[in-house]
Design a protein around this ligand. Sequence first.
Ligand code: BYC
Ligand code: FE
Ligand code: FE
Length: 482
Amino acid sequence: MPDGMNVDYDGLIPNNVGLAEDARVKKALETWHPGYIDWWKDMGPEGFQEALVYLRTAVSVDPKGWARFDYVKMPEYKWGILLAPKVENRLIGFGQHKGEPAWQEIPGEYRGMLRRLMVIQGDTEPASVEQQRHLGKTAPSLYDLRNLFQVNVEEGRHLWAMVYLLQKYLGKDGREEAEELLNRRSGNADSPRMLGAFNEATPDWVSFFMFTFFTDRDGKMQLEALAQSGFDPLSRTCRFMLTEEAHHMFVGETGVQRIIERTCEAMKAAGISDPTDVERIRALGVVDLPTLQRKMNLHFSLTLDLFGNEVSTNAANAYNAGMKGRYREDKIEDDHRLLDATYPVLRCIDGQIAQEAVPALSALNMRLRDDYVQDCQGGVNRWNKAIEKAGIQFRLTLPHVAFNRRIGEFSRLHADPEGRVIDAATFAANHDRWLPNADDNLYITGLMKPVDAAGAYAGWIAAPKVGIDNKPGHFEYVKIWN
Ligand code: BYC
Ligand code: FE
Ligand code: FE
């Protein structure tokens, strides 16, 4: 068996990193564990700590059979430390150390940089659990409730993944950071989470599906970039996290898809063909497509901010150091050093949006964001197919990247969803047309009534086509009162 395929599942912390033989790190993690459980009980899913949830747990890193499904109480979930199997003789794939053997320890000069990357990555994971902690109370079905909790426990595991790296490779600094990761709180004025989008509320299930579609997809892109890292333990960690991430985006994409299907079906049944006839559509108790578009505009623009500045020396330094690569770096055909290359970047020049060729090294955030937008577009196309199939004349579109931005070039201007530069007054006057408004929020909040009978679904969302783990339609995914 290749190194790292054997999972020790007997101890307190399942792992394939030989924790039993690593007394120092084992002690650090066992010391951290009670604080984590306290955090989970305080800030994890509210009201469901005793429920039995049909969850998958990672028990192996074999791509063909890494998960086991069973009922568990969430605080008893086995949060393990699992790295993808080691690739023998792996070489650093990019930057100034390209071609050298991948590092198994952190080179001294890169400690600060890696610490920052791992802390930022780690910080988003518990943040999302905090943002989603109230959603259990309004789940549209037990199937969706289970999916929410699956995402939550896996984000918890992603925190463990980063905490392991911090504690193992950064010693005392790492242990301090691990503590801090349990102390910050999403949306807290005094000790907020580190990145903007992770301090926003996730007030309802439409937002939850948009979040898992758009924001978990930033997770995918960032993890892909870190999976290329020349620091091998980070690469292996991120590669395994990506296997879990796929399900998070599945939850988002199919969640929105099922909303669309239900809306179109109800419209057809009522003989409504105009998707903008919002009053009549809402009378049917379904989510009108223009509201869905506004939710999309919000979550897409918030998530674009997570890619940082379009032109960034942090990103250039991380690439040069071999720490953070490009999306699918190993599939790209170029010199993987980028010292002479340029990359086209949309910038704000004299108050206008214009393209400029920028040194490719400084434009890596932009490049990753471009790959991200393309990945999003694939999902939006599939949503539009569903609308088209139902015979409704409506198209969901990603807003322009300059729309509603807080970070980077476009934080200095206002643009409409088509990317036309406008003044602040015009933006304010159209705000409620482009972003979820008070009416939308009131209406959506009103729809959020829990449905907790096995096999039943709220009226605003279609049933999924297949169950989790091939379970039949009436399967009881969560035993709330066990
Ligand atoms: N909010 O040079 P720049 C996930 C700061 S999601 C607040 O452009 P860089 C998940 C920036 O920190 C993936 N501040 O930065 C999803 C910097 O400050 P300092 C999470 C921001 O480094 C769903 C300054 O502005 N992982 O996993 O090139 C559920 C200058 O910026 C923001 C990662 O992000 C912001 N949005 O790019 C659960 C990977 N943006 O240091 C989980 C690790 C920028 O000068 N992080 N700033 O004081 C990175 O690779 C980079 O740090 C960033 C920023 C892409 C975030
Ligand atoms: Fe995650
Ligand atoms: Fe995720």
